[in-house]
Design a protein around this ligand. Structure first.
Ligand code: ATP
Ligand code: MG
Length: 394
């Protein structure tokens, strides 16, 4: 019976002297995620691997599902632990496990053995040969293929014996918390949740900021963003979501500036505010869901005009993605259905019929001079009055 999981990790295996930091982070992320599953588990690292061992009854499907959301994991292998290392006992347990996992259908296999218990009376090549012979004898649907086996059978002799045959792909990436903190501009759309997911996948801890404009945007639109943050947190862990009331700033720009520049000017103020909050929260970057050419505010000129107000790096992981490629990821990570709920966001209400697509930065700066009288005060008020919600997947 499966009582443990071997967790194999990819990239973090090659981090040299810092490797232990990545491993410790992965152990922590796995432990945190399992705390929400039924049962008690111990998570330990051992010779370049991480083991999860169930200490009580547990639901294998629930645990596999949980682990498949932890970045840094390349493969999840459900393991049978054999306390009695006598070779015949190990073989018996192995075949029972294979019958359960593989059923009656024909398959080819190869045995891989590892022996860290050097007192064990058999060496690895002998374990491979003998275990292979035992499987062939007891499973008529099995045949050996040493070059391209369909099933890799692992027998490891440590303090106890470990046998496993299944390797479930994990989400890859790096453990969240190993790459610093980034401030995600999270709207209710399809793109920004995907952008947050992608940066979290590279180990970045995510904070998020949402600009809403009541009464032009509804409570439902805000709730949708909270829901999206919660879905991203399934992968990214706890997210602090900063909700900034943008109405007065938007109306002021609308009153003072040419309407075809509105979107870009609004975006410049969003970036400025996001950066101020990001600094306060020790973030090292801003993250957006922009992609070149997707809309008027995402031409290279427009991106340059929004970049110009930031001193922090702005990361745009979707910059070269087509919409259908973004949707594919959104569907896979389960944000798509929420993203397409039809609630207006603050940009769609104030968009001009013919927004500038090639904004000139000097001209934008001139327009912003018209805001000199009140804008600093409005920005300060918006930042000070923001609501902060701690979002976490239940
Ligand atoms: P998305 O699909 O992510 O909503 P979009 O198609 O609405 O993006 P834009 O409105 O041009 O595109 O926004 C580009 C990026 O700016 C978004 O991906 C997001 O990072 C940020 N953004 C836009 N509106 C908001 C908002 N109201 N609050 C926070 N960030 C926003
Ligand atoms: Mg977009």
């Amino acid at each position: 019976m499966v009582r443990a999981f071997l967790i194999k990790y990819a990239e973090i295996g090659i981090k040299g002297k810092n490797r232990y930091m990545f491993e410790d982070a992965l152990v922590s992320r796995v432990s945190e995620r399992l705390a929400r599953c039924e049962g008690k588990f111990s998570v330990t690292k051992e010779q370049g691997r991480i083991y999860v061992e169930a200490k009580t009854a547990f639901d294998q499907e629930e645990v596999t599902e949980a682990l498949s959301h932890v970045f840094g994991i390349a493969h999840i292998c459900p393991v049978v632990l054999v306390e009695d290392k006598t070779f015949s006992v190990v073989c018996r347990e192995l075949v029972a496990h294979m019958q359960e996992e593989l059923g009656e259908k024909p398959f080819t296999f190869k045995v891989f053995a590892k022996r860290s218990d050097k007192q064990y009376p058999m060496e690895s090549p002998e374990i491979c040969v003998e275990a292979g012979a035992y499987v062939l004898k007891h499973m008529p649907n099995a045949s050996v293929d040493v070059h391209h086996p369909e099933v890799s059978v692992y027998v490891e002799i440590r303090q106890r014996a470990y046998v496993y045959v299944t390797s479930i792909p994990g989400p890859g990436g790096m453990p969240v918390g190993t790459s610093g903190r980034g401030m995600l501009l999270l709207s209710g759309g399809i793109d920004s949740p995907v952008a947050g997911y992608m940066m979290a996948k590279r180990g970045v801890t995510i904070e998020a900021v949402y600009f809403h404009a009541p009464p032009y945007t509804s409570e439902r639109a805000k709730q949708k963003v909270v829901d999206l943050a919660r879905l991203v947190s399934e992968y990214a862990g706890k997210i602090n979501l900063h909700i900034v009331n943008f109405t007065d700033i938007q109306l002021y720009i609308y009153d003072q500036c040419p309407h075809d520049e509105l979107t870009i000017l609004m975006r410049r103020y969003m970036m400025r505010i996001a950066e101020t909050i990001a600094r306060e929260r020790n973030c090292l970057s801003l993250i957006t869901g922009e992609s070149v050419g997707q809309v008027a505010s995402q031409t290279m000129q427009s991106l340059a005009a929004t970049d110009a107000v930031c001193t922090m790096p702005v990361f745009r992981p979707l910059i070269a993605f087509d919409k259908n490629e973004i949707i594919e990821i959104a569907e896979r990570i389960d944000t798509f259905e929420t993203s397409i709920q039809p609630f207006e966001d603050c940009c769609t209400i104030f968009v001009a019929k013919h927004p500038v697509t090639k904004p000139d930065i000097a001209k934008m700066e001139q327009s912003e001079e018209k805001l000199a009288e009140r804008i600093d005060e409005l920005v300060e008020t918006a930042i000070a009055g923001r609501e902060i919600i701690e979002v976490q997947k239940q």
